[in-house]
Design a protein around this ligand. Structure first.
Ligand code: ACO
Ligand code: ZN
Length: 166
C-alpha cells in the first residue's frame, strides 16, 4: 500500500496519541482517549493511519453499525459503515492522502460486512464535501444544528457495492 513516501496501514495503540493530536488540531469534534481505544479494539482493520517515518500524517476511524435501514439498503438491520472521523495534517493536504484513507477504510468496512457508508459533515466544510463527492457520496439530508456550536451537518451516504476488496 506504499505510495511515494508514506504508507497507509491499520493503526496501533501506540499511534493513538498522534491521532488524538491531529484530531484536536484539525477538528472541533474531539473525543476522550477511551473512545479511540474502543474503536481501535472493535474495528482494528478499518482504523487507519497514513504514516511517514514514524510520523502520523492522517487518520480515519470508523464504526460498523447495525440498526435502522439505510438509504441504499432498505432492509432492517443493514450494516452501515459509519465514517466517524478523518483528518490529515494541514501541511500534508492535497496530496491524495485523505482519498486513499477513505478508499482503504471503505474496503476494510466492506470486509466487516458494510453494505453502505454514511457520514456527517459540516455544511460549510468545502474540502471535505468535495472529497466525499469525488468518492461518490451524496447528500441524503441536512441535520439542523447537529454540532455543539449550532452548525448543521449534511448526512451523506454511498453504496458499498462497487468497492472492490482485493
Ligand atoms: N478544496 C477543494 N477540494 C478539495 C480540497 C480543498 N481544499 N481538499 C480536498 N478536496 C477534494 C479534491 O477533489 C481532491 O482531489 P484533487 O486534489 O485531485 O483535486 C479530493 O478532495 C481529495 O483530496 P485529498 O488530497 O485526498 O484530501 P486531503 O488529504 O487533503 O484530506 C481532508 C482531505 C481530510 C478533508 C482534509 O482537508 C482535512 O483534514 N480537513 C480537516 C478535517 C476535516 O474536515 N475532516 C472531515 C470532517 S467530516 C468527518 O470526519 C466524517
Ligand atoms: Zn458520524
Amino acid at each position: 500500500m506504499a505510495n511515494e513516501d508514506y504508507i497507509i496501514r491499520p493503526a496501533e495503540i501506540e499511534d493513538l496519541h498522534q491521532v488524538m493530536r491531529i484530531n484536536q488540531k484539525t477538528l472541533p469534534e474531539n473525543y476522550p482517549y477511551s473512545f479511540f481505544v474502543e474503536l481501535l479494539k472493535k474495528f482494528p482493520k478499518s482504523f487507519l493511519v497514513a504514516e511517514k517515518n514514524g510520523e502520523v500524517l492522517g487518520y480515519m476511524m470508523n464504526r460498523i453499525e447495525k440498526g435502522l435501514p439505510g438509504v441504499f439498503t432498505s432492509h432492517f438491520r443493514a450494516n452501515k459503515g459509519h465514517i466517524v472521523s478523518i483528518a490529515v495534517l494541514p501541511e500534508h493536504r492535497r496530496k491524495g492522502i485523505g482519498k486513499r484513507l477513505m478508499i482503504e477504510g471503505m474496503k476494510a468496512m466492506k470486509e466487516y460486512g458494510a453494505e453502505e457508508f454514511v457520514l456527517e459533515v459540516r455544511i460549510t466544510n468545502e474540502p471535505a464535501l468535495a472529497m466525499y463527492k469525488s468518492l461518490g457520496f451524496e447528500v441524503v439530508r441536512e441535520i439542523k444544528g447537529y454540532y455543539h456550536d449550532g452548525e448543521s451537518a449534511y448526512l451523506m451516504s454511498r453504496k458499498a457495492e462497487d468497492i472492490q476488496i482485493s
